[in-house]
Design a protein. Structure first.
Length: 312
């Protein structure tokens, strides 16, 4: 095992050997294995925004097996999905890619502006499917956030007792915050810290903007001259909010985006000490060949080996 992975595992010395073994499996897998950087494929969007909006750009992606094979071929660190997608493909790919069971989801059919995920699977199911961890979403801007915090606390305790890693999607969505605040640097730092405090091992957050929204926070940022204009400085600040970098923070790719913008964000994540990306729609909504090229370029950035385009 490489020293960087040993160092990261030392941050979780309070956890049992099962948890640390499963974290090691993620950190040692794929083309970034051993570097301390992560690239995770999440495919929960079919539930969250609907199958047509998710998979119509690349119809092959309607098939759950497509995502297993793509995650393996592209060299991802792990593949995360709800129980339906995992059950539909896991028997064909046992042991070939670390799996994370997404245990809650929100659908876009509900009316209103509030955000609340529904529990859709269990820790027991994650064990049955051979997963290395569970995934769980919290919405820190929701009026229902306290209920979600309590659910996450319970799921995290169960997962850790079973030796599973805990991956938290931590988003500030909800009617308590305006949309402009969802990506503000102070809000992103806050929601990162909340996930770490509830027990996340790996935290997924949005790539932050330079906006500072909370009045009290603005005064503090000004008083202590905390730099937020440069993207790498913002990433460094978010990582600092995760116990001074002692929790793994990865950044969402978001909706289908311009390739060069994604690559620029990855360079900022690397420069700021972030631990990688979780790239869903920006990979599976592209044709497989194009997606593979994009993932290769991201891997080169995180491995600090940008040279030339890989052959497929």
């Amino acid at each position: 095992m490489k020293e960087r992975v040993r160092e990261i595992l030392s941050w979780y010395a309070n956890e049992n050997p099962g948890v640390r073994t499963n974290l090691a499996r993620i950190l040692n897998h794929g083309k970034l294995g051993g570097t301390g950087k992560l690239l995770i494929l999440p495919v929960d969007q079919g539930f969250e925004i609907g199958p047509v909006r998710s998979f119509a750009p690349n119809p092959e992606a309607y098939d759950p097996r497509y995502h297993f094979q793509f995650a393996i071929d592209a060299g991802f660190s792990a593949y995360a999905a709800p129980i339906g997608f995992l059950e539909a493909g896991v028997s064909d790919y046992c042991g070939e890619i670390p799996l994370i069971l997404k245990c809650n989801s929100m659908d876009s059919l509900q009316s209103g502006n509030e955000f609340k995920s529904t529990i859709t699977s269990t820790v027991e199911s994650a064990l049955r499917l051979g997963c290395v961890g569970i995934g769980f979403t919290i919405y820190t801007g929701s009026t229902l956030r306290s209920e979600m915090y309590e659910q996450l606390s319970e799921f995290a305790a169960q997962a850790k007792a079973a030796g599973l890693a805990v991956v938290v999607w931590s988003y500030p969505f909800g009617i308590n915050l305006e949309r402009e605040e969802w990506r503000s640097v102070d809000t992103t730092a806050y929601t990162t810290h909340i996930a770490a405090q509830i027990g996340a091992h790996i935290i997924k957050v949005l790539f932050p903007t330079s906006r500072v929204e909370q009045t009290a926070a603005k005064e503090t940022y000004q008083q202590y001259q905390i730099p937020v204009e440069d993207p790498a400085d913002r990433i460094r600040h978010i990582v600092q909010a995760a116990f001074n970098g002692r929790r793994l923070v990865i950044f969402s790719g978001g909706p289908f985006n311009d390739e060069e913008q994604l690559l620029a964000q990855a360079r900022a994540i690397r420069a700021g000490g972030g631990f990688g990306s979780i790239i869903g729609r920006n990979s599976f909504q592209r044709k497989k060949e194009d997606a593979q090229k994009l993932i290769n370029r991201l891997i080169d950035i995180y491995a600090d080996e940008e040279k030339h385009e890989h052959p497929l």
